[in-house]
Design a protein around this ligand. Sequence first.
Ligand code: CTP
Ligand code: ZN
Length: 151
Amino acid sequence: MSRELIVSKIKSGTVIDHIPAGRALAVLRILGITGKEGVRIALVMNVESKKLGKKDIIKIEDRELTPEEVNIISAVAPTATINIIEDFRVVKKFKVTPPEVIRGKFKCRNPTCITNAPREPVEPTFYLVRREPPLFICAYCGRYHELSDLI
Ligand code: CTP
Ligand code: ZN
């Protein structure tokens, strides 16, 4: 397969597959992965995909990401598949799903929300109120947010 020519298989770690094309950098940003962690990270963008036409892939070596850590990326990559690799084999595979609670990652769109007030140490918090399509409510002002509003 052509993408295997770009980046080889990994021995252990996490492969985030089926990321919508062009979103890999946003996924890394949301996960807080900067490259300073010291582990090897491969980023593949705009490769062919049967399901998506084109897609991005991220391979993070020697780190097993949990659903709790990665579900937040459904904001930018709702189609993403997480593959946990051990000894070159896929030992776990799951799709990301919108988290029940999101803390501190995104800003509330309501300019008068207390989470947007300067010098207020209030962490923006959103609760999932509907799954399909995902809808979140700000815990502080009650403003509804779709995923696209959070990004
Ligand atoms: N992968 C990897 N290193 C491994 C095993 C798999 O980097 N040792 C990558 C593959 O390149 C692929 C992803 O992990 O991008 C999932 O692998 P696999 O389940 O074998 O591929 P598919 O069957 O194509 O996955 P799906 O059905 O999710 O499309
Ligand atoms: Zn708010």
